[in-house]
Design a protein around this ligand. Structure first.
Ligand SMILES: CC(C)(COP(=O)(O)OP(=O)(O)OC[C@H]1O[C@@H](n2cnc3c(N)ncnc32)[C@H](O)[C@@H]1OP(=O)(O)O)[C@@H](O)C(=O)NCCC(=O)NCCSC(=O)CC(=O)O
Length: 362
């Protein structure tokens, strides 16, 4: 696996000072663990579509129209960075795996992305729609399968998420929608994945083992549904507890067969890229596994600087992680783990092995 790269568009940071116009009031949500987020939804968009703030009004068509243009553009800017750093022409990309919760149309944004990047007409495209925050993890796992089973394949993974599809104002009796509006931000990330690197390629991490786990009887814990008023999502307040109760077993099942970690004794010997779904999720995992404070540092920093960007978030965390590892130099851990969580509740887990050259400054 090589070249995680990230980008985000900034039209309006959610921590901008409260402003109000004669016709609209703003509610500023301060979410613990988050200092800044970026959003495509701007005052201009709200001026043109004031009905977006009321999710009982029929705004889905307008949201999909806007997202269909913006999602591939945002993805393209992340993907270009990944391809440039990878160092080979975009036409060498053989497969594209694209994940978003901001779609609602076919052909999907992946086709527009392929066109913006000038990918070859034979590029094999796969779309993950509404996989939510586990979409990035799933996309990487699919890319691994494709790369290992198609000699010479180079798979572009791109996740592009726009809250525009689910942006609305608070409603009485729906605390979880306020929690969601306070957590999510926009962002896109991209990674090029391949097997058997050739001379000019500089792999960062090898995906040594991947697995997907669904926590039984938690279908209702994280849900999303397209409705006339946009993407209606619900997050149970039990999500941090449910993850905490299940995560150690998932980790042991992933690491024990590799003989790297026995009985969870050495979690602090690993590097960590956990999806920062919310501050409580990270706090619970840190406490449960007895992790040193810096172990979830990359996840906490991404949450602080960008919020929860759903499927794109783990790519940002990997990007931050490689910067931190470059500073750590020879002392950086050799083995690590990526975990992403989404509706299901689904836990996507990847055991990573650091490539020897990934400690260089980028
Ligand atoms: C939102 C928070 C940062 C708020 O932290 P705080 O320390 O300020 O407060 P807290 O946790 O004590 O919560 C404050 C009050 O809000 C309530 N509360 C918290 N989360 C709630 C929810 N989802 N629905 C309804 N109520 C909720 C608590 O019960 C409490 O109520 P009272 O005051 O009455 O006791 C944290 O709760 C958090 O990180 N929660 C996890 C968020 C989460 O589930 N993320 C996953 C998103 S989904 C995802 O990432 C995947 C995907 O989308 O696919």
């Amino acid at each position: 696996m090589s070249t995680p790269t990230t980008t985000s568009v900034s039209l309006r940071a959610s921590t901008s000072p409260t402003s109000s116009t004669s016709s609209r009031e703003f509610v500023i949500i301060r979410t613990p663990g988050i200092e800044k987020r970026f959003m495509h939804v701007s005052e201009e968009i709200l001026d043109a579509h004031p009905d977006l703030i009321d999710r009982t009004l029929p705004t889905l068509d307008a949201r999909i129209d806007m997202a269909s243009a913006a999602v591939p553009k945002l993805a393209a800017s992340a993907a270009w960075k990944a391809i440039v750093e990878w160092g080979r022409p975009a036409t060498d990309i053989t497969h594209l795996v694209f994940s978003t919760y901001s779609g609602g149309r076919a052909p999907s944004a992946d086709l527009r992305l392929a066109s913006l990047l000038g990918l070859r007409p034979t590029v094999c495209r796969t779309v993950l729609n509404l996989n939510g925050c586990s979409g990035g993890g799933r996309a990487l796992q699919i890319a691994k399968e494709l790369a290992e089973n198609n000699r010479g394949a180079r798979v572009l993974v791109a996740c592009s998420e726009l809250t525009l599809i689910a942006f609305y104002g608070p409603q009485d009796g729906c605390l979880d929608t306020i929690v969601g509006q306070g957590l999510f931000g926009d962002g896109a990330g991209a990674i090029v994945v391949g097997a058997d690197p050739v001379e000019d390629e500089r792999p960062l991490f090898e995906m040594a083992f991947t697995t997907q786990t669904t926590i039984p009887e938690t279908e209702d814990a994280i849900t999303m549904q397209l409705r006339k008023g946009g993407l209606d999502f619900h997050i149970s307040s039990q999500v941090p507890r449910l993850l905490a109760e299940n995560i150690e077993r998932v980790l042991i099942d992933a690491f024990e067969p590799l003989g790297i970690v026995a009985n969870g004794a050495a979690w602090n010997d690993l590097f960590w890229a956990i999806h920062p779904g919310g501050r409580s999720i990270l706090d619970n995992i840190e406490e449960l596994l007895g992790l040193d404070a810096e172990k979830l540092g990359a996840s906490r920093q991404v949450l602080r600087d960008f919020g929860n960007m759903s499927g794109a978030t783990v790519i940002f965390v990997l990007d931050e992680l490689r910067r931190r590892r470059a500073k750590e130099g020879e002392t950086a851990a050799e083995w690590g783990v990526v975990m992403a969580f989404g509706p299901g509740i689904t836990i996507e887990t990847m055991v990573l092995h650091a490539a020897t050259n990934n400690l260089k400054e980028n």
